[in-house]
Design a protein around this ligand. Sequence first.
Ligand code: GLC
Length: 566
Amino acid sequence: MTDQWWKQAVVYQIYPRSFADADGDGVGDLRGIIGHLDYLAGLGVDVLWLSPIYPSPQDDNGYDISDYQNVEPLFGSLETFDELLAGVHERGLKLVMDLVVNHSSDEHPWFVESRSSIDNPKRDWYWWRPARAGMEPGTPGAEPTNWGSAFGGPAWEYDEKTGAYYLHLFSKKQPDLNWENPEVREAVYAMMRWWLDRGVDGFRMDVINMISKDPALPDGKLPTGRAYADGSASYIDGPRIHEFLHEMHGEVFQGRTSLLTVGEMPGVTVDEAIRYTDPVREEVDMVFQFDHVWADRGPDPWLLMPLQLTMLKAIFGRWQAGLAEVGWNSLYWNNHDQPRVVSRFGDDGAYRVESAKMLGTVLHLHRGTPYVYQGEELGMTNAPFRSIEDFRDIEALGQYADAVTKEGRSPEEVLTVLRANGRDNARTPMQWDASPQAGFTTGTPWLAVNPNHTEINAAAAVADPNSVYHHYRKLAELRHTEPAVVAGDFTMLLPNDERLYAFTRRLDRTELLVIGNFSAETVRAEIDDAAAWAAAELVLTNTAAPSDELTLGPWQAVVYRRVLSW
Ligand code: GLC
């Protein structure tokens, strides 16, 4: 409970496939990461989180794991991994692994055994069910429930060999593990201990609030116009989830110190998050909630919704207040599943640099542990995908197929949304320099580099003291040096303002005021005490200092500090 070092830490996420390719095969690798450790140390982050590097058929780019205790040959070997880990630790950083145990790959030996016969000892390690009563197995609509999978199509795959269906909430190559079975849990815990014994510093747990399912597996409600129902009521924050995470804590983390655990939890509520992150309950240190990245998505996934800043602020405000006394927030705009924030909530044209810095400032100064996704520190943007052929992501391809062929949407309508929201926006190669493949590879990259790498790249950013990179470096530094950033109370200001995002943080006598302008207009912040604040110390801004009292230029951000006199 006392070992909460991660409250002061900044985490940097690496998507190994797209980070740096040292061997020229077009896919990033561990040696590529090793080659850039000084760049990451220079940014001032404390922890690296690696998206999955385990052996995998790569159906979902490594989130389909066929061996939990080895390294995918595309990325390197266990020896290279140990070298990477040593290099990380030598620089005073920590390394957190991705833990993907809601499902394995269908090529994992566990599943190969499970599907081999109904009396195999591992049969019950996955979710097998017969066809719907009265239906011919393997025919459309005979699936045990009406649930859709996240990547299109039904959540069930028929397996002829044993005449039964297995559950896959994601692709059919990602069968869901059955956590009801204690042997599954023991195998997962043993694997986690093996990585910790090797020296890793914690885990980011993939869709971990889905591991406990209601074993009744009831049908979900079918929304009009959609091909499949949403079954999430049966598996989001399911009946035994807290029991499982507490058990994992006892079996894996007990007696070990200086770790970081973060659970990815789509659909998690504030009340549940309090339970997940209350230190005395011994579950996880923090969770990734999704409310703010769903703020610009409506019930119809194929309709783009503009961001309403007031809604975004209401969401963050609720999470800040909810976890103020008990628990802890994680803070993120980007990861490998989200479009680039500067294109999404900022202006990736004329005000790209300003808006990228403003977004970083507002996020990092909330209470919680901030996460930076590779390239975010450069202000990398969404990519110019021309047609569906330009996409590689199984989610984009699967959802496109359902929407166009099963739901009768027009390809253009669907493409417009994928261009804005598709996960491949985050996965284009890291832009290291202005050379033809952005310094990512000497070969042909697995996903095209963004043509704007000639302007937006790490070499240029490191050399330019006014770059987004150096602004992110200052944000990390501010967290390390100003205790109010880590531990201060949070108070939202101007909740009804559609252009300004403003709040204060206060610890003892130190108070910070943070304001970000989410617009290209010049806006005056009408807050109490404006004159006094304008005279306070300007700790950080992203453009020239405001000339008039708290009047912010286009996409400007300001951070003021004052020390109260009592
Ligand atoms: C998580 C991952 C995502 C993956 C999915 C299935 O949401 O972040 O990339 O596709 O889980 O593992």
